[in-house]
Design a protein around this ligand. Structure first.
Ligand code: PRP
Length: 212
């Protein structure tokens, strides 16, 4: 059994996270890649094992302790509110959560907002004192205003290309997002030395990437 088990997110963040781990001189094999079907990898010499999970599930694995650590976007942490420690800003995959809509969007009394972040959207509009109906979708959120399901969307904007190609505009920014390293609370106490030295290696790699 490995000393530390780390949950990694499939999808957008994965390649950048892997790059960071390699910059931290961890011997991640080429077979652990975004397009591979392999979901687990063990590095016995480094005392580490990794598994690949859906990004939204990473905090769940960490909260329940099947992973000591996890790499996850701040968007997921804000949406999932899991009982985990956020221990390092990895400063990768920067993006923002924004409200977007058609350029000719007009305020309506009780707008519909489509999103895969229902809690973030509910919270934001409540803070703004606006009553909205939040409609949960699993993806391709930009479709909703185009086909008339929703007046606005709350979604991740990275390059802005998806909004642009679909004729939508960013209306309000809710928050900025980067990926974070999270830890299980018990692991953080019981494996503190191991976690600290893993964290130190990553901190150096993060600083290297930021100042490179
Ligand atoms: C995300 C997000 C936007 C897009 C933004 O989607 O939901 O659709 O990326 O990126 P951009 O600003 O660089 O165009 P994702 O690729 O995660 O797929 P999804 O449609 O399944 O949510």
């Amino acid at each position: 059994m490995s000393d530390l088990t780390i949950a990694m997110p499939k999808g957008r963040i994965f390649d950048e996270a892997l790059h960071l781990l390699r910059n931290a001189n961890l011997p991640i094999p080429e077979s652990f890649a975004a397009d591979s079907r392999k979901l687990t990898i063990s590095l016995p010499d480094a005392g580490l094992s990794f598994f690949l999970a859906k990004p939204m599930d990473v905090p769940t694995y960490v909260e329940y302790g099947v992973a000591d650590l996890g790499v996850v976007g701040k968007d997921v942490l804000l949406e999932e509110s899991r009982d985990v420690y956020e221990i390092l800003d990895l400063k990768i995959s920067p993006c923002r959560i924004a409200v977007a809509g058609m350029p000719d969007w007009k305020p309506v009394l009780y707008p519909r907002v489509a999103t895969k972040y229902p809690k973030i959207a509910e919270r934001y509009f409540k803070e703004q004192g606006q009553q909205v109906e939040v409609i949960y979708l699993n993806g391709s959120i930009e479709l909703a205003p185009i086909i008339g399901l929703a007046d606005r969307i709350v979604d991740i904007v990275s390059t802005g290309q998806t909004l642009k190609e679909n004729g939508l505009v960013e209306l309000e920014q809710i928050t900025t997002v980067t990926s974070r390293l999270i830890a299980n609370r018990a692991s953080y106490r019981l494996k503190n030395n191991l976690i600290q030295s893993f964290c130190d290696r990553l901190t150096e790699a993060v600083q290297g990437s930021v100042y490179a």
